[in-house]
Each structure stands twice: as C-alpha cells, then as structure tokens.
Write a protein of this length. Structure first.
Length: 195
C-alpha cells in the first residue's frame, strides 16, 4: 500500500490542478487540508494500534466510497469556507480528495487478508484490488518502530520521485512560487467593463 507521503501528495495534486473543484483557492492551508483528506482513510490504523494490531481495522469500510461520502459531508460541515464556498461543492471536493486514497490503494501490494478494499461498500462488501501494482509494499507491525526500515524508506523515495514533480509543477502553474498565474490587480485599480 502507498505511504501517507503518496496519499498526501495525491491530495495536493488534485487541489493544485488549475480550475479544480477540489481546491479553487490559492492558499497554503487549502493544500494542507487537501493532503489531510488524501491521508484520512488510513486513520483506521489508530484504533488498531490501541488493540496492538495496526492492521486490525485497515482496509475495512474506511476504504470505501461510502466512507468517502460520509467524510466529505462531515468535513464540509466542520470546515465552512475551506476549499469552496458552497456546502455541496465542499462535500464533493472532500469526497474526491478522500477517494484519491482509494484509487491509489487499488494499485498497491496488499499482503494481508482480505486482499483489497471494499470499494463499493455499503452496496457491496466484495473487496477489489488491481492486478497491476504501482506502489511498493510497506512494512509495518504492532509498533511505530516497525514502520522505520529501509524498505519503507525506499517506498517513500520512489513515491516522492514519482509524485513530487507534478506537485511542484502544478503549484508553480497555480502561482505558488511566482509562476505564470496572473497576479491580481493592485488595490484601487478597477478594470473597465466591456460595453
């Protein structure tokens, strides 16, 4: 499965696409919120850590379109004004950002039963996984120390090499680093309306 690095970067990519409904504003906090939404499905590790098995609840209903919809509408209520002005647009944006996590996990190595994720829950409990993998396996165990190993460092490095260039390019295009997006007119300057 991809690491939080890949999931967070995927959220930022969706947010940084010009004219994206996921993130129509050009603000750093919106990018942080988008990265969190991309990672959020993996918060199912937290209750697993409490019972001594991080994977105990992993790839359950939290990795489904039903969970994405619940997350989207809940976050739209909790974050008024974040990402978009309209409640429905915010809800759909958060649902899409969360859904990016599900798409990446479809193309990952899964070494624990059940193999895959119940993507269409609650309509179906069937687990799905792609026969093609794009991401390396992540090693983990019952403690945080189990996550720190060379295999995971390699996985993060490859994810960053694959996803950071589009993130940086899109952010530059959106004007985050002084890129091509036109600056707003100076204060007090009013554009003439077409007659």
């Amino acid at each position: 499965m991809p690491t939080p690095v890949a999931h967070g970067l995927a959220g930022v990519i969706l947010c940084a696409i010009p004219h994206s409904a996921h993130c129509p504003t050009r603000r750093w906090p919106a990018l942080a919120i988008a990265a969190f939404a991309g990672i959020a499905a993996d918060l199912d590790f937290l209750p697993g850590l409490l019972v001594g098995d991080p994977s105990h609840f992993h790839h359950g209903v939290s990795h489904s379109l039903g969970a994405a919809l619940v997350f989207g509408f809940l976050m739209a209520s909790l974050a008024p004004g974040a990402l978009s002005e309209s409640y429905l647009r915010r809800a759909l944006a958060f649902t899409g950002l969360y859904g990016s996590h599900l798409v990446l996990d479809l193309f990952a190595v899964d070494r624990s039963l059940p193999y895959g994720e119940p993507l269409f829950w609650p309509l179906s409990s069937q687990v799905l996984i792609s026969p093609w993998t794009l991401f390396l396996d992540v090693k983990h165990g019952p403690s945080w120390e189990a996550f720190i190993n060379w295999a995971n460092v390699r996985a993060v490095a490859l994810e960053a090499a694959f996803l950071l260039p589009p993130v940086l390019g899109l952010l530059w295009m959106r004007g985050y680093f002084g890129g091509p997006q036109a600056a707003p007119p100076p204060r007090g300057v009013v554009e003439r309306s077409a007659r």
